[in-house]
Ligand binder design. Sequence first.
Ligand code: ATP
Ligand code: MG
Length: 469
Amino acid sequence: MAAPLDNPVFGLIGRTAAECGARAYVIGGFVRDHFLGRPCCDIDVVVTGSGVQVAERLGERLGVKVSTFKNFGTAMLRYRGLEIEFVGARKESYRADSRKPVVEDGTLEDDQNRRDFTINAMAFSLNEDDFGELVDPFGGIDDLKAGIIRTPLDPDTTFSDDPLRMVRAIRFATQLGMTVTAECIEAIRRNRERIAIISRERITAETEKIIMSQRPSRGFFLFDKTGLLELVYPDLYRLKGVEKRGGRAHKDNFVHTLKVLDNVAAAGGDEWLRWAALLHDIAKPRTKSWDDRVGWTFHNHEFVGARMVKGIFKAWRLPLDHKMRFVEKMVLLHLRPIALVEDEVTDSAVRRLLFDAGDDIEPLMTLCRADITSGDDRKVARYLRNFDTVESKMRQIEEKDRIRNFQPPISGELIMRTYGIEPCSAVGQIKNAIKDAILDGRIANDYDEAYRLMTELAAEIIPDKKPLA
Ligand code: ATP
Ligand code: MG
């Protein structure tokens, strides 16, 4: 492991603090990540005294700009790829209705007491007399080695003071593959209603780190175990459970969804495909019904689910832009490849799927493969083989017909100009019929063939109109 403080800037911080009559320590994430061997460019420095003063003096010395936030008593500067934040050591006390504490100046120990977890409360001294010494009053290093997340002080106080810490506990456990102590789990359960004072943006920011982890399911199982799921993600909570009728049970859609999410993560899916995995079956509870002949059904859950995406993105404060539309599209189309496999893989069906998915066909196929979570290995293997067939057929057809970014060769504009007509239903009818003929393979994706079909269709649909010369 590289020496943690071999960058000369650390010594300089210590000397600058001494000149201001203060002591400085690097604390929190940087120290933790050093022991985990994770690279970290965010450096938090706590100063017993004025953090702003030390930052300003250091900024002068290094010739870099310092941004100060006087109201918060913090200052930040950037130096050679590092982002260094300075804050005065503080002691915090909380009121019940807010996560904004009353803050007073404090000692290093006070500052460590207000930290969320023991693994985040460790500090290295930057001062000449004990430079590089680890200050670890709560055994953070042992917890890190044992893979344990726990609070420095009484967990009920820590979680109730700032309930965001409940979600952070789950996030760190998921991200670092660690375990939240039973005591902390119980404390989160007891304090879970306090989550109501936390802004949705904060919860989503932590959840993004959860879903970007190697095994995101851990986080959502912890949301469930702590009772937070129902409060924070009610739509996911509703996916839970199995109902049985006449000996026929449907699968637990919460467990299934999380398996799909893990599969997408393992396949290297990006953030938006991961949200799509989390939401792909979101409408199953709403569409569930019982049919005496076939058992449990979830008809149209892909359509209903796609329509739920926007409201959910709004509620979760996720962006309402092309990323949301991508998720809608994935939810809407997630059954198409499998339906294709179950029927016969016709060229026409493959063309339609390529047309509807466009450039998103690859992530869609990743999602569909991830969606196969049967416990029956033979069945899984068979489905995956069938997907291989579909994909090779897609490649052939794409090469031949270039469907992915397909624009029908005859536009509505051209139809109107040719027949000297205004926009009307006949234009749409002709245009769609041409598109269908190409997707069905009845005519080639070619201007001349499409033009010929247009004249045939027009003769039927608008017999009184003749092409203008
Ligand atoms: P990462 O940057 O990887 O998300 P981090 O531990 O650096 O992890 P930050 O949010 O950057 O997390 O916070 C820096 C440090 O500030 C933490 O290590 C922790 O000591 C402290 N901290 C952050 N948020 C809280 C909180 N809500 N309650 C108590 N301490 C906190
Ligand atoms: Mg950080």
